[in-house]
Design a binder for this molecule. Structure first.
Ligand code: GAP
Length: 520
C-alpha cells in the first residue's frame, strides 16, 4: 500500500531537519538527485560503517577495495551493460508521461495480489480461529480466478522479457487495460529500449576523445581487480572483496525520492568460490544479509525475500530482500549467484588470464561469484521511514502534545547526545561545556542552551538524538546529571563520570554487529 501522505511528511521532515535536500535547490532542483545535509551525512556514514565492519571486520576472508568510477569502456562491453542494460519504456501520448513498461505490468500484478490478500483478510476475520488459509486459497472461486489470472499474465510477461519481445510487452499492457496512473489515458506509444548508462568523454581534445561511462554498478571494479587483490593479499578461495561507492543510472522513472536516484551509492561484496559451491554460499549469504537488516531492530514484518522470476543474463540464482517502504514493498538488496560470467567475459575481452590457482588441489579454475548488493540510499530511506513517528505525549503540565521523533537505532543516530544546561547562569553552561569537552572525542555531541528545556528535547527528538543530558543545579553539588532517553522519555540521574560508559554501551556499532552474527 502506498502511503503518499506519510511519504510527503517524511520528505519534508528530512529537508527541514537537515537530512536530505534536493540537489541544486536554488535552481529548482535536479530530478532524482539529492544532497545529504548535516545529519543525513552522519546517518549515511554510520550505515556505511555498519555494513563495512560487518563485512571486512567480522570476516577475516573479506577485504575492501576502492576502485575508480571511470573504467575502460571495454569493461562495459564485456559485462553486457552496453547491449543489455536497458529498460523497456513506453510513453503516454495524452499525458506525455514516460514509464517503464515492465513496472506498469508489475504494479498491475501487485494489484491482483492485493485483491487476493484482501479476500483472505476478510475471510480470516469472518471465520476467526477456524480459518484455514490454505484451504481457502484452494477453494474460494474469487481467489482461484485471481490466482489464475496472475499466473497467466505473469508467464506471458516473463516470456516477453526473456524474448525481448517489445511489441509483446505493449500488447500485455493493452490486454490488461492498464491506464496511465496519472491521467487515466490508455493511449500508449510503442515500447522502446533505453540504455541506463551515462556517457561522457575522456580527454580534452574532442577528436581524440573516447566515450566512457559513469559506472552503473560498483561490482565491475571488483571483478577487474580480483587477481590483484588475491595475489597481493595471498587470499585463498573462498574469499570476498567489499566496496562502497557511487553508481549512476539514467533512470526513467525517477519520482520516488531516495528510492530511485540517478546518482546513488551501492555497498557491494563479491564472494569468490569454487565452481559447484556457489549455491551453498548463495544460501549462506541470503541468510546472513537478512540477519544484518534485522539486527537494526526494525520490525521483521517489514522485510521479505522475493525470488526473481526472470534471472539477469549473468545469474543462476537470485533473491531480493524487499523492505516495506512508504511506497510499498520494494527491493532494498539483491543477492545474486553470478556464476563465472563476469570473470569469463573479462578474460575474453581483455585477453588476460583471470584464473585462480588452488595451491591445495594444484588445479586452476575461474571462480564463481556470489554477490550481495545493497543500496546505501535505500537503506537510509528504510531506516529513516521506519524511524519517523508522530505521537501524543504529556507536556510539563500533563496536557497531551504532539511530538515528532526519529527512532533511529542509537548506533546509527547522527548525534548521540545533546548536552543541555537547564539555565544559562550559575555556572551550569560552563559545566555543560566541560562535559562536552570530555566526551566529544568519543561521540558526536551537540550543545544547546536556547529555549525552554522542553523545546530543546523536542528539537533533539526530531533529529533522532538518543540521549539528552541535562546539567542542573544539583550537578554543581554532586557532579551528577540527568540522562533522558529519546524513546521512553524516561530520565535517570547518573554520575557525570559514568556518561562515557553509558553512551558507549548503547551506541556502539559493535552491538549491531554482535546481533547480526548471533542472529536476532
Ligand atoms: N551489481 C548488481 C546490481 O547492481 P541491482 O539490483 O541493479 O544490482 C543493487 O542494484 C542495489 O542497488 C539495489 O538493490 C538497490 O538497493 C540499489 N539501487 C539500484 N538502482 C538504484 C537507484 N536508481 N537508486 C537508488 N538505489 C538503487
Amino acid at each position: 500500500m502506498v502511503n503518499e501522505e506519510s511519504f510527503k511528511k517524511l520528505v519534508s521532515h528530512a529537508k527541514e531537519y537537515g537530512y536530505v535536500f534536493p540537489s541544486s535547490e536554488i535552481y529548482d532542483g535536479l530530478s532524482a538527485v539529492y544532497d545529504y545535509g548535516q545529519y543525513g551525512v552522519e546517518l549515511k556514514n554510520n550505515i556505511k560503517k555498519y555494513w563495512w565492519d560487518s563485512m571486512v571486520l567480522v570476516h577475516e576472508n573479506i577485504v575492501g577495495l576502492d576502485s575508480a568510477i571511470f573504467m575502460h569502456p571495454e569493461v562495459w562491453k564485456a559485462s553486457g551493460h552496453v547491449t543489455q542494460f536497458n529498460d523497456p519504456l513506453i510513453d503516454n501520448k495524452d499525458s506525455k508521461k514516460r514509464y517503464r513498461a515492465d513496472s506498469l505490468i508489475e504494479d498491475y500484478l501487485q494489484k491482483i495480489v492485493g485483491k487476493i490478500d484482501k479476500e483472505i483478510t476478510k475471510a480470516a476475520k469472518r471465520f476467526g480461529d477456524d480459518f484455514d488459509e490454505e484451504t481457502f486459497r484452494k477453494t474460494n472461486p474469487r481467489v482461484q480466478a485471481n490466482l489464475k489470472k496472475r499466473e497467466e499474465i505473469n508467464s506471458r510477461f516473463i516470456k516477453a522479457l526473456e524474448d525481448e519481445d517489445l511489441p509483446g510487452i505493449r500488447q500485455l499492457i493493452i490486454d490488461c487495460d492498464i491506464a496511465d496512473p496519472v491521467s487515466g489515458s490508455r493511449n500508449w506509444t510503442e515500447v522502446r529500449k533505453f540504455n541506463l548508462m551515462f556517457e561522457t568523454k575522456l580527454g580534452s581534445v574532442s577528436e581524440e576523445a573516447n566515450t566512457i561511462y559513469l559506472r552503473p554498478e560498483t561490482a565491475q571494479g571488483i571483478f577487474v581487480n580480483y587477481l590483484n587483490v588475491q595475489k597481493s593479499g595471498r587470499m585463498r578461495i573462498p574469499f570476498g572483496i567489499a566496496q562502497v561507492g557511487k553508481a549512476f543510472r539514467n533512470e526513467i522513472v525517477a519520482r520516488q525520492f531516495l528510492f530511485r536516484m540517478r546518482e546513488f551509492e551501492q555497498m557491494e561484496m563479491q564472494f569468490f568460490v569454487k565452481p559447484g559451491d556457489e549455491i551453498k554460499w548463495f544460501e549462506y549469504w541470503k541468510e546472513e544479509r537478512m540477519k544484518w537488516h534485522l539486527a537494526m531492530g526494525i520490525n521483521p514484518d517489514f522485510y521479505r525475500f522475493h525470488e526473481h522470476d526472470k534471472l539477469a543474463h549473468y545469474a543462476n540464482a537470485a533473491f531480493d530482500i524487499e523492505f516495506k517502504f512508504p511506497i510499498g514493498f520494494k527491493e532494498i538488496e539483491g543477492i545474486h549467484s553470478r556464476t563465472d560470467f563476469d570473470l569469463s567475459q573479462h578474460q575474453k575481452f581483455s585477453g588476460k588470464k583471470l584464473q585462480y590457482f588452488d595451491p591445495l588441489s594444484k588445479e586452476s579454475y575461474t571462480p564463481y561469484v556470489v554477490e550481495t548488493s545493497i543500496g546505501l540510499d535505500r537503506t537510509f530511506l528504510a531506516v529513516l521511514s521506519n524511524a519517523y513517528t508522530e505521537e501524543k505525549v504529556p507536556d510539563a503540565n500533563g496536557n497531551l502534545e504532539e511530538r515528532i521523533v526519529l527512532r533511529i537505532p542509537a548506533p546509527l543516530a547522527p548525534i548521540k547526545a545533546a548536552i543541555l544546561p537547564l539555565v544559562r547562569k550559575d555556572g551550569l553552561d560552563e559545566k555543560a561545556r566541560r562535559i562536552i569537552d570530555n566526551i566529544k572525542f568519543d561521540f558526536n555531541c551537540q550543545y544547546d542552551e536556547k529555549d525552554s528545556i522542553g523545546r530543546r528535547y523536542r528539537r533533539q527528538d526530531a533529529i533522532g538524538t538518543p540521549f539528552c543530558i541535562t546539567v542542573d543545579h544539583q550537578t554543581m553539588e554532586d557532579d551528577t546529571v540527568t540522562i533522558r532517553y529519546r524513546d521512553s522519555m524516561k530520565q535517570n540521574r547518573v554520575p557525570t563520570a559514568n556518561l562515557n560508559n553509558i553512551i558507549i554501551k548503547e551506541t556502539n556499532i559493535r552491538s549491531l554487529l554482535e546481533k547480526g552474527v548471533e542472529g536476532v
